[in-house]
Design a protein around this ligand. Structure first.
Ligand code: ZN
Length: 274
């Protein structure tokens, strides 16, 4: 999965670092496209020296590579880098670099959406002690937003409930959805499966989780069993495909980045042990 970068390691602790010429500088445009160079799936980024004169903030490190976000909205550089969408990079990117892209996008989106205080309307400042935005006028503090969501592998004997979303990612997927106010993750699982496919489930059990910065999510994966005859009544606003697919006929995604793909693969290879 995208976060499985061992022996490399993400250090997400906040530090009030200043950018140095050898550091990595991430330039996002207004739509969240990232300035990047790609060669056969290998991603490379501008350096700190390219960001000279622009406002930056430290994001995180992976091993000895320190990543900074260029927060100056007018920043741009001329060289052989191109602006590419994170969705596009998902298809070919790999290793620690694609994990860095997703995690940086999450933070870029949070900074971009929080220029002004939601309480009093004044401009927010970067806090220098923790990863937070602070309103010097009213004292409001804003922390990064992480949206909880579930990924659900619904099984019926030798079949898995495979879906395709109406919007966004086009490949095979599982039932997925955001947790709503006042709800446990297990309740989200039961509600989302019912809403999207009309199927009642039981024996809901947790599998693994995954940070999915592209959507500012933390994903929690669950398997569960379908109840009764498990006839599918698809929500056509959310999905364009929902079918029971035999284990050996499941078509996996183009790479191993997502929790969804791992869960489909584990079922396909009959490796669910709980
Ligand atoms: Zn304020």
């Amino acid at each position: 999965m995208i976060q499985d970068i061992a022996p490399s390691r993400l250090d997400n602790s906040f530090k009030n670092n200043s950018i140095q010429p050898e550091d990595t500088a991430l330039f996002f445009d207004k739509e969240g496209k990232l300035l990047i160079h790609e060669n056969n799936g290998k991603l490379s980024f501008p350096k700190g020296s390219d960001a000279e004169g622009f406002e930056t903030i430290y994001l995180f490190s992976i091993d000895d590579t320190r990543y900074f976000l260029v927060t100056d909205k007018e920043a741009h550089i001329k060289n052989d880098f191109n602006y590419r969408s994170v969705r596009d990079l998902r298809k070919t990117g790999s290793g620690p670099e694609i994990y860095a892209v997703f995690t940086a996008y999450h933070l870029w989106k949070w900074y971009a959406d929080n220029t002004f205080c939601g309480k009093c309307g004044h401009k927010l400042s970067f806090d220098d002690k923790e990863r937070a935005l602070r309103c010097k006028d009213c004292g409001n503090i804003i922390y990064p937003r992480i949206n909880p969501a579930v990924i659900v592998g619904v099984t019926k004997g030798d079949c898995l409930l495979v879906t395709k979303y109406r919007q966004g990612y086009g490949g095979n997927a599982l039932v997925a959805g955001f947790t709503e106010i006042g709800e446990t993750l297990e309740e989200t699982v039961a509600r989302e499966v019912m809403e999207e496919t009309g199927i009642k489930v039981r024996n809901i059990r947790y599998y693994k989780s995954q940070p999915w910065g592209m959507a500012q999510d933390i994903l929690a994966g669950f398997y569960c069993d379908a109840e009764g005859n498990a006839e599918i009544h698809m929500d056509k606003d959310e999905l364009r495909y929902a079918e029971w697919v035999q284990r050996n006929a499941i078509v996996l995604q183009e790479n191993n980045l997502s929790l969804t793909n791992e869960m489909m693969k584990v079922f396909k290879e009959n490796r669910i042990k709980f």
